[in-house]
Write a protein that binds this ligand. Structure first.
Ligand SMILES: N[C@@H](CCC(=O)N[C@@H](CS)C(=O)NCC(=O)O)C(=O)O
Length: 373
């Protein structure tokens, strides 16, 4: 039997949930290797240059970090049960949804984990403790987890722009999202029909480890949006989305995203897209201001952003542009007749004109770091 893939991951980690669900859906044999500090120091750091998870270790000896890179690495080698719709407008929609899950829903995920400490910290400290000192008796693990919990819990607010000014707004936005997604799931088992697309996996990061599994937001999800909780469970099942081997189940029949997703796309274009557009401008400014730097900094300044009427400041993350280039490229590549259909759909969801932009400075990932292309 072929040697299995290995996924360095942890249940408590946001992006691990995306990669794990993807590997299960593809029915690829894999073993999960717990991302203890030792594994991070002896495997992840030396092989990727980063201290980030998840990391896919392949039988060919590659170590792939970043869930999007992991998905594309595996799609190239295992094209069956593809998570990319083969019709162009659905494909564009799936890339936008992945971007939204990866880069925007991370905000409620962090907020609900770290703000509702009393409900969540028992679980979080104990799981962070397992990363640092997996051999410590269970009772003592929370103590060992305290330093990293303090680090993550102390920094997320400034980085993501979450504070007393917009906490209520973030909750209003997330609760509305939950209700919209729940209504959609009354009509379709996954975002784009009867099988998961890359957008579902993008959603699975924040919606599993934090928003489903952490006690406070988990209770909220089960109460407000039981179908979303059911979707999380389906996404984590061994072969979500139909019969083993792919079967006949597919994406929605026409090349048009379901209308029940309109409120989610509208929110994407109202809340998230201004941040994306601003990030593209900031990356360009940063690269012009640092002509001698081969790599682009992870953070390229600060900007103001607005969610549900509340405006505050966040750090601009250059990585967001790399993710945004995917739907922008998909839009750019549309044949004229497909573009007419895409524009009709975009007009319906508040996205008119928004994808017809070319980043003045493109970025690419080389050795897991962003560089100007
Ligand atoms: N975009 C990346 C992000 C990976 C990531 O941020 N992982 C988190 C854990 S879920 C991490 O390792 N954070 C450590 C850090 O930010 O330094 C992906 O899709 O894999």
């Amino acid at each position: 039997m072929a040697e299995p893939y290995r996924l360095i991951a942890a249940e408590v980690s946001l992006y691990s949930g995306k990669a794990r669900a993807y590997l299960r859906y593809k029915q690829l044999p894999f073993e999960e290797l717990f991302a203890s500090r030792k594994v991070l120091q002896t495997i992840v750091r030396p092989k990727t240059g980063l201290t980030m998870i998840p990391v896919l270790l392949t039988p060919a000896g590659d170590a792939v970090q970043d869930t999007t890179a992991i998905i594309d690495y595996l799609e190239a080698r295992h094209p069956e049960r593809s998570v990319y719709p083969d019709t162009p407008v659905l494909r564009l929609a799936s890339l936008l949804l992945e971007l939204y899950g990866d880069e925007w829903l991370v905000m409620p995920a962090m907020h609900y984990r770290w703000h509702y400490k009393r409900a969540n910290m028992g679980l979080i400290l104990s799981e962070f403790g397992e990363i640092v000192a997996p051999r410590l008796p269970k009772l003592l693990r929370p103590l060992a987890g305290l330093p990293i919990a303090t680090y993550f819990g102390g920094n997320y607010g400034r980085a993501l722009g979450i504070n007393a000014d917009n906490r209520d707004a973030i909750e209003r936005s997330y609760e509305a999202f939950l209700v919209d997604f729940d209504a959609h799931l009354g009509e379709h088992p996954f975002l784009l029909g009867a099988r998961p697309s890359v957008g579902d996996f993008g959603f699975m990061g924040p919606l599993y480890a934090h928003l489903y599994r952490d006690p406070a937001p988990g209770e909220l999800m089960r109460r407000l949006a039981p179908r979303v909780a059911g979707w999380v469970e389906r996404m984590n099942a061994p072969a979500p989305g139909g019969a083993p081997g792919g079967g006949a189940v597919g994406f929605v029949g026409s090349d048009e995203p379901p209308r029940s997703l309109d409120p989610i796309f509208r929110r994407l274009f109202t809340e998230h897209w201004p941040v994306v557009a601003d990030t593209i401008a900031a990356v360009d400014r940063w690269v012009r201001a640092h002509p001698d730097k081969p790599r682009i900094s992870r953070f390229v300044g600060e900007h103001r952003f607005t969610i549900e009427g509340a405006t505050t400041t966040r750090w601009i993350q250059s990585f967001t542009q790399w993710m945004a280039q995917r739907p922008l490229d998909a839009y750019e590549a549309l044949a004229p007749e497909d573009r007419v259909r895409a524009n009709r759909w975009l007009a319906r969801v508040g996205g008119s004109g928004k994808l017809a932009v070319r980043p003045p400075t493109r970025v690419e990932r080389v050795d897991n770091r962003l560089v100007p292309a």
